[in-house]
Design a protein around this ligand. Structure first.
Ligand code: PEP
Length: 250
């Protein structure tokens, strides 16, 4: 049985005061449902305050990225061990904005996955194809390559720390989303590949969908058998819509 997970990616938005207030409102909304998990990813700067604002609630707090290095002279970076020390429950890696805007490669993301797993922290790995890759019929191959690259060779006891977010690049922040059937098809493909890598873990691993998820479409997407949650950007930035996402995520 996979508990649904609704995760809000706040990206580079909100002031500290806004983030704290929204975090408290999300905690209130999450308190109404004990059959679904809720997670938020504020900025690094806001992490500690948001974690305090949600302490004792059903809301977990993670960070949006970490360094590929352990520690040392890497100005502007934050290590996985520092994220752990600050209390992060998850580290989000491989988001499409980091792959395509910051130009992070598969091998660089793999290094980060290793840093996170070395710390025993949970890693949410984002994968997804561009529009050109989908239109040329390569969506599945691209996504499976991203999975293979990031996850092959991880230790058996580390698999329990992994969740996947399938986010077609063309659907992020665009108002377009995959149909529930298309999302299901890709999620089933991902789960099959995970089963090839670790058969025991595949039935329990959470695979979230992301890309213009809103309160009015989350229900249909999450009704699909292999969709275990949603990673949400824009619609997670307002208390009302985040509350409705949690409510409708059944
Ligand atoms: C995201 O940032 O991961 C995302 C899916 O954004 P949006 O919901 O705004 O498309």
């Amino acid at each position: 049985m996979r508990t649904p997970l609704i995760a809000g990616n706040w990206k580079m938005n909100l002031t500290l005061r806004e983030a704290e207030a929204l975090a408290r409102q999300v905690a209130d909304a999450a308190a109404k449902y004990n059959d679904r998990d809720v997670l938020i990813y504020p900025t690094f700067l806001q992490f500690v305050s948001v974690a305090k604002a949600t302490a004792g609630s059903r809301v977990a707090v993670g960070v949006q990225n970490c360094s590929a290095e352990k520690d040392g002279a890497f100005t502007g970076e934050i290590s996985a061990s520092q994220a752990k020390d600050a209390g992060a429950a998850y580290i989000l890696l491989g988001h499409s904005e980091r792959r395509h805007v910051i130009k992070e490669s598969d091998s660089f993301i793999k290094q980060k996955v290793e840093r996170v797993l070395d710390q025993g922290l949970r890693c949410m790995l984002c994968v997804g194809e561009t529009l050109a890759e989908r239109e040329s019929g390569n969506a599945e191959a691209v996504v499976l390559d991203q999975i293979n690259s990031a996850l092959s060779g991880i230790k058996p006891d580390q698999w329990k720390l992994i969740s996947i977010a399938y986010e077609p690049v063309w659907a992020i922040g665009t108002g377009k989303n995959a149909t529930p059937d298309d999302a299901q098809k890709m999620h089933a493909t991902i789960r099959k590949r995970i089963a090839e890598l670790n058969a025991a873990i595949a039935p329990g691993i959470r695979i979230l969908y992301g890309g213009s998820v809103k309160p009015d479409n989350i229900g249909a997407i999450m009704a699909m058998p292999d969709v275990d949650g949603a990673l949400v950007g824009g619609a997670s930035l307002k208390a009302d819509s985040f509350g409705d996402l949690i409510k409708n995520a059944k």
